[in-house]
Design a protein around this ligand. Structure first.
Ligand SMILES: O=C(O)CCC(=O)C(=O)O
Length: 314
C-alpha cells in the first residue's frame, strides 16, 4: 500500500518482519496479496478482514509480535514453551543430522499422528468437494496448478503447532525461537488425458545471488505418498555443489533455465504424517503424479526472528 502511494519502503528491515506477522496472524501470503490488490483497504478494513479470515489472534501471538517489532518483553508463556522445546529429547537422530548435512534433506517420520494428517486431508477433500472413492470428483476443481490456497482450519493449525515438527526445525536452525508459517496445501491428481501435470517443476524460491543465507522448506504428507505419486522431487546434496555450478555457467546464462533434472533429481516419497524438510539451496519441485491416488500435502516451514535479506535477485 505504501508503494502504491509512491512512498519509499525499506525492504531490508520490513520484509521479514511483515512476513512473520502475517504468518502469526494466521493469514496466507496469497490471500493477503489478493485482498490488498483487489480491495485496496485502509488499515481498519485490513484489520477487520484479518480477524474475519483467521479469527482473533491469541494474546500470546500479539505479545510475541510486539516483542519483535517494539522490543517489549516476551510473554512468559512463550518463553516457557521455548524452554520446554529446548529440553525435549531430539527428534532427529545423529544419522538424520548426518543425512541432512550430506544430502540437504531429512524425513521426519510420524511428524504428526495419523489422526491429525487424516483430519487435515479431510478438510482438503471437503473443500474441493471431492471424495477419495469418486475418481471423477478429483478432477472437478479448476486449480491453476497443484497448489490449493487453503490456510485456515483447526486441523492445519494442529499440525503447525506440532512440538515434534518444531523440535526438528529447532535442531536444524539451532534455536527454538522460530515462527511457523501459515502456508497453503496441495492436491496433485494422477495425470490423465486432459489433466497433465502443470508444475511446479524444479526451481528455487530464493535469490541465487551468493552468498545465499541458510533456509529450510518443508512438506507434510497427509496421505501415503509413494515416489511415483507426484512426490516432492529434489537434487540431493546440491547445497554443496551450488556455488561451483553457478560459477561454471556462462556469465549470461540463467541458472533457472538450465536442465535441473540433469543435476540428479530424485522423488522423495513418504507415509501419511511424514514430513520432508529440505535445505532451500536444493532445486526442488513436484512431479507428475503417475500413481493411482491424489497426492495431498500441507506445506509447513519455520523461520527465525531475523534473517538476512537478499537485496539482489538472481
Ligand atoms: O509440492 C511439491 O512437491 C513442491 C513444493 C515446492 O515446490 C515448494 O514448496 O516450493
Amino acid at each position: 500500500m505504501a508503494a502504491r502511494r509512491g512512498e519509499k519502503i525499506d525492504h531490508s528491515t520490513d520484509f521479514h518482519t511483515d512476513r512473520l506477522m502475517l504468518h502469526t496472524l494466521g493469514v496466507g501470503l496469497e490471500q493477503v496479496t489478493q485482498f490488498i490488490l483487489n480491495e485496496v483497504p485502509d488499515f481498519a478494513a485490513f484489520e477487520t478482514w484479518i480477524i474475519h479470515t483467521a479469527g482473533m489472534p491469541s494474546a500470546d501471538s500479539i505479545a510475541r509480535i510486539n516483542a519483535l517489532t517494539h522490543q517489549t518483553a516476551l510473554p512468559t508463556s512463550v518463553l516457557a514453551w521455548q524452554t520446554e522445546l529446548a529440553a525435549m529429547p531430539d527428534v532427529l537422530s545423529k544419522d538424520d543430522l548426518r543425512h541432512w548435512d550430506e544430502q540437504g534433506f531429512v524425513i521426519l517420520h510420524e511428524a504428526v499422528p495419523a489422526q491429525d494428517s487424516a483430519a487435515a486431508a479431510q478438510v482438503i477433500w471437503d473443500t474441493l468437494n471431492a471424495r477419495e472413492d469418486d475418481v471423477e470428483s478429483w478432477y472437478h476443481g479448476e486449480h491453476a496448478n497443484i497448489m490449493v490456497q487453503l490456510f485456515q482450519s483447526p486441523a492445519f493449525d494442529a499440525n503447525r503447532r506440532s512440538a515434534r515438527i518444531h523440535k526438528a526445525f529447532a535442531q536444524l536452525w539451532q534455536t527454538t525461537d522460530l515462527w511457523v508459517t501459515t502456508d497453503r496445501c496441495g492436491f496433485n491428481v494422477p495425470e490423465r488425458p486432459g489433466h497433465s501435470f502443470r508444475g511446479p517443476d524444479l526451481h528455487w524460491d530464493m535469490s541465487l545471488h551468493q552468498p545465499v543465507p541458510f533456509g529450510t522448506q518443508g512438506i507434510l504428507y497427509l496421505t501415503d505418498t509413494p515416489p511415483e505419486q507426484g512426490a516432492l522431487t529434489l537434487v540431493p546434496g546440491f547445497q554443496h555443489r551450488l556455488n561451483a555450478w553457478m560459477d561454471s555457467l556462462p556469465a549470461d546464462a540463467d541458472p533457472r533455465e538450465q536442465d535441473l533434472h540433469a543435476l540428479g533429481s530424485r522423488p522423495i516419497g513418504g507415509k501419511a504424517g511424514d514430513m520432508v524438510i529440505w535445505n532451500q539451496l536444493l532445486p526442488h519441485g513436484s512431479r507428475p503424479n503417475r500413481g493411482t491416488k491424489p497426492r495431498i500435502v500441507q506445506y509447513i516451514n519455520m523461520l527465525p526472528s531475523t534473517l538476512p535479506v537478499q537485496e539482489i535477485w538472481r
